[in-house]
Each structure stands twice: as C-alpha cells, then as structure tokens.
Design a protein. Structure first.
Length: 367
C-alpha cells in the first residue's frame, strides 16, 4: 500500500500553447486580436490613489459587475453569477448541478474540458456522437425520441456549447428550446462562449425554464482573456445553488481590479459590438479565401474556423504553418484529426495565413 493510492489522480485538460515568441501569429486559443475597450484604463484610475483598498478583501458578491451585467441583459441581479473565466463558472456548475450520481450527456466532439471535470468530480458521462456534418442531433437529447442517447439510463444533466467548439457549428434556438422543454427535471447548461459572433443566445428562454443555465465569457468577444472573467445567467434558484457551492469553496474569487475593469468593459456596449462586427466580417472573408484554396469547413458562427483540406493532412499543415510563424490548433483525436482550428485574427493576419497556406499547398502540388 502506498500513500499515492489515496490521491485523487486525474489527467488534466491540455490548454492551447502560449508561445513566448511575440512575433508569432497566435491563432490557437480563440483570443480576440484587438485590445479591450480603452474605458478600462479610465476605470483603473479609480484604483490609482487607493492602493489601500487592496489591503481589504474585495466585495465577495462582485456587486458592481453583477449589476452591470444584469443591466445589459435585462435580468434581475439575482440571476447572475460571476467567476474567474467561464472555466471557473463551468467547473462550479459541474460540482453544483451534476454530482447527483446520475449520468450526464454531452457531445463526443466538444470542449475538451467537460470530460476532465466529469472525471475530476467522479460524474458518470456519455459522449453523444455528433452527426457526420458535426451538427448536434437534438433527438439524441430528447427522452421520448427513438434516438435518445440516455435510453435505459437515469440521466442527471445535459451540457453542450452553442455554438459548439471546436466545430463552430450553431444549433438553432428552436432546437435548444425543444431539448430544454423535453428535460424539465434535470439541469440543462448551454455554454455560450462564442455566442456573440452571430448565433442566437438561449437567454430569451430563461423566463420559461427554471432548470436552464447559460454560461458566457469575457475572453473572446470582450477581448479580456487575460482578466479571467466568466458569468452565468439563470433562474434565481439556479444562481442561488451555484452561490451556495461557491461560498463553500472560495468566497473571494473575484479580485478588485478585475471587478473594476470588467464592469467598465460591460458598460461599453458600442465597443463590444464594434469588436464582434469586425471579427464576423473577417471570418466571412476568410471562409471565402479558404474555399478558394480547396478547404472545407462546417459553417462557423464563432471566432474560429474548423477547416480540412482534401489533399494535405492537417497535421502537416499545422507543422508547416508553425514553421512559418503561424500557430493554430490541431487535435490529434479520432474524427477531427484532419482539421485545423484557426482563430479569426485581424484582416492582415488572416491574409498572411491565406498566403502561407497557398505556399504550402503549392509545394504539395495540392492547388
Ligand atoms: C466552449 C468553451 N467554453 C469555455 C471556454 C473557457 O473560456 P474562459 O475560461 O476563458 O472563459 C472555452 C475556451 O476556449 C471554450 O472554448
């Protein structure tokens, strides 16, 4: 018997690489290529002469940030929960809503942190195959349906991103509503990390479904991955259950500068829309350029494109792009090992990606 038999051992999530070389075109972790709102600098002035405030604990409810989010989304502040990036909010949600001992369902190709949390919290789970075109089949999540994935099981919860990652594919709101409506007795979580890039949020369903939780992030559409801010919107009941778990774990998750900066970012709605508009425009132009080079991709509604070339292996493309100073994401996993997930950067960066791909494909006689 070794002491190590008493340790909770897990295989951790593999995050995208953070390269040291500042010259690299970094398109591997879906960050925003533009800076966050300049209003953040102004907001920080509030802290300049008051470093004494750092002597004290921050507001454990992050009230200013919660109120600002409640304001723009038109909900009660008691319907908002904030955390250290949506990873923190998701992790707390798994712990709060999915540890009943029952099995949960999520797609087989999805955010690869879900199975890590499930393992960490000892939650049984079934990964439900996406269709061949990488779309979610809503029937798989509907108990009365012939193709329900939880048949003969006692299902305790559902989670999926919308749009999904790393595929970029969005599920129409009507399908999400069918899924939520058909599962009134279990928590249903929709991870909307990429919803601001052109798909429809399930926020509008909240007044009808008490068991629905929506999770979003400041890391993508608000250009604040470095700040680590995420949030959930749900019924007052769901949010209060989440808070009970959070306050049993770590009360002071949100530090004062982060609260101040995030509040300023939320209040600058015009800047937020200018960011997402620019990304969407660049994405659509990039899709056309990819098609012209022979790539195929599921139609992305996110700030990345999941692309495959019929003549050159994705693994080779990944390595050759990297040699040219362009870093994208490659997943060496079944079903998706012929795809590259390429974050949408600035227009100039995407033109460099297209030129680099053209050179590589020419060298492979694949154009
Ligand atoms: C689907 C999905 N959910 C959640 C996250 C976590 O984002 P963050 O913790 O930066 O808010 C990511 C990050 O890439 C993601 O792709």
């Amino acid at each position: 018997m070794s002491w190590e038999e008493n340790v909770r051992t897990v295989t951790p999530y593999t995050a995208g690489e953070q390269p040291k070389d500042p010259g690299i075109i970094k398109l591997n972790t879906n960050e925003c290529p533009y800076p966050p709102t300049p209003k953040i600098q102004e907001a920080l002035k509030e802290l300049e002469d008051t470093t004494d405030r750092l002597r004290l604990y921050p507001d454990m409810n992050a009230t200013r940030l919660v109120n600002a989010l409640a304001d723009i989304y038109g909900v009660d502040p008691a319907q908002i929960y904030v955390g250290v990036g949506s990873d923190d909010v998701l992790s707390m949600s798994f712990l709060t809503f999915f540890t009943s001992g029952k099995r949960i369902l999520f797609p087989d190709i999805t955010y690869s942190f879900y199975d890590v949390w499930a393992e960490l919290y000892r939650i049984p789970y079934t990964m439900v195959p996406l269709r061949d075109d990488f779309s979610i089949d809503p029937e798989n999540y509907i108990p009365d349906s012939a193709s329900y994935a939880g048949k003969n099981e006692n299902i305790g919860g559902l989670i999926f991103p919308n749009p999904n990652a790393p595929t970029g594919v969005a599920l129409p709101l009507a399908d999400i509503e069918r899924i939520v409506k058909a599962n009134p007795d279990i928590p249903v979580i929709v991870d909307e990390a990429y919803v601001d890039f052109g798909s429809e949020s399930a926020r509008t369903l909240l007044p009808k479904y008490e068991n629905l939780l929506i999770i979003q992030t400041f890391s993508k559409s608000r250009a604040l991955a470095g700040l680590r801010i995420g949030f959930a919107i749900g019924s007052k009941k769901m949010i209060s259950y989440l808070n009970d778990v959070k306050f049993s774990f770590n009360s002071y998750t949100m530090n004062l500068p982060a609260i101040v900066m995030a509040e300023a970012a939320v209040k600058d709605d015009a800047y937020f829309h200018s960011l997402t508009d620019r990304i969407i425009e660049t994405r659509e132009a990039f899709k056309k350029d990819l098609s012209a080079l022979g790539f195929t991709y599921p139609d992305s509604m996110t700030n990345f494109v999941f692309a495959s070339h019929p003549k050159v292996h994705a693994k080779e493309l990944f390595a050759e792009l990297r040699a040219k100073g362009i870093l994208v994401r490659y997943f060496d996993k079944p079903r998706i090992n012929e795809y590259l997930r390429i974050t949408v950067g600035t227009r100039e960066q995407m033109q460099k990606v297209v030129s680099a791909l053209r050179e590589i494909l020419t060298e492979h006689h694949a154009l």
